[in-house]
Design a protein around this ligand. Structure first.
Ligand code: FES
Length: 127
């Protein structure tokens, strides 16, 4: 079972659980304002350890549009398949104007995930 560390607190999470949902289950009110469809970037996290080597095409597209590539990853586009340590960047606690954290994300990655090595996604995007 992978270990997930959120802001220094470590818990076991079910293999394959969507990272945004795993973070939420630790009690951190992380944003997911688009419902986990790689459109809002409010689920963004900073990796302290265990950043995946792969990225969905949808994540690459929105991170590059928002100039966040290399600074943050989208927890709605990542599944817990190994140990990770992250710091959520946008939560209801630091955005008190939010009425909610957002619509509940599906248990599986949406839109349907196509994972690529980060280097390959970047090469395709520039082609
Ligand atoms: S980009 Fe909106 S929840 Fe991840």
């Amino acid at each position: 079972m992978p270990k997930l560390t959120v802001d220094g607190r470590t818990t076991d999470v079910p293999e394959g659980k969507r990272l945004v949902l795993a973070i939420e289950s630790t009690g951190v009110p992380i944003g997911h304002r688009c419902g986990g469809f790689a459109r809002c970037t409010t689920c963004r996290v900073e990796f302290q350890a265990g950043e995946p080597d792969t990225m969905t095409r949808a994540e690459y597209a929105i991170l590059s549009t928002r100039e966040l590539l290399g600074q943050a990853r989208l927890s709605c586009q990542i599944v817990c398949d190994h140990d990770m340590s992250v710091r959520p960047l946008l939560t209801k606690d630091n955005n008190p104007e939010w009425d909610t954290t957002g619509p509940p994300p599906e248990p599986t990655v949406t839109p349907e995930a196509a994972w690529y090595p980060k280097s390959e996604v970047a090469r395709e995007a520039s082609a």
